[in-house]
Design a protein around this ligand. Structure first.
Ligand code: HEC
Length: 195
């Protein structure tokens, strides 16, 4: 309502109206019920970034067996039983003892096994999965899920324990498969043909 009144009396241009509306929306969010404040626990769930060396990995540990149970309950509905099939297919491309060694095609991108570093799987799963409740898994659950997916992909043994020390040491089959791309920006000007 307020936005309309302003447009009439001040005759603002469209972008200004949109900005004003956005600002008012922020100021009045309780009225419009836009978003809810995150609890400190929820913030903690997102406030972590794990690099290739895994220095930021928290305490906790897990094995493929433990991961299998969590996967069946929280992940299989989208990723299929054991990580293949389902609407968000292709978490698993290899098989126990037999890692997929590429070449990784575009259609195979969604697979835990193509990551160059093992810690990416931990970082991604803890931050983004399950897609319906990201940030809700405990560190031990994430270690277990990573162990399960690496085992299913043939990268580690079923009994291997994943923790802050062992996980960064896992040798990924696609470790050397990434090459620096050509810069796409700024675009290199082409010489005109008559030049
Ligand atoms: C509600 C559906 C849903 C659930 C439940 C879910 N996922 Fe996902 N997951 C997705 C979708 C969709 C993507 C692809 C996201 C994208 O590409 O942006 C994805 C992507 C992933 C990827 C990244 C694959 C890649 O591209 O590298 C991993 C790993 C993963 N999920 C693991 C899990 C695990 C582990 C669980 C259980 C804790 C889980 N997911 C639960 C829907 C789901």
């Amino acid at each position: 309502m307020g936005v309309y009144t302003m447009r009439c009396s001040l005759n603002m241009s469209a972008p200004v109206i949109m900005l004003a509306a956005a600002a008012m929306g922020l100021a009045q969010s309780p009225t419009f019920k836009v978003g809810t404040p995150l609890s400190p626990d929820e913030i903690r769930g997102f406030d972590m970034m794990v690099g290739p060396e895994g220095k930021e990995l928290p305490p906790g540990s897990g094995t493929a067996k433990e991961g299998a149970e969590i996967f069946a309950k929280q992940c299989a509905v989208c990723h299929g039983k054991n990580g293949s099939g389902g609407p968000a297919n292709r978490l698993v491309l290899g098989s126990p003892g037999n890692p997929h060694r590429g070449p990784w095609k575009d259609t195979e991108k969604s697979a835990t096994s193509y990551y160059p570093y093992p810690t990416i799987a931990w970082d991604y799963i803890q931050r983004a999965m399950p897609a319906t409740k990201p940030g809700s898994l405990t560190p031990t659950e994430v270690y277990s899920l990573v162990a399960f997916l690496f085992y299913q992909n043939g990268i580690i043994q079923e009994t291997d324990v994943m923790d802050a020390k062992s996980l960064p040491k896992v040798q990924m089959p696609n470790r050397d498969g990434f090459v620096p791309g050509k810069p796409v920006w700024p675009p290199v000007p082409k010489k005109p043909s008559w030049y």
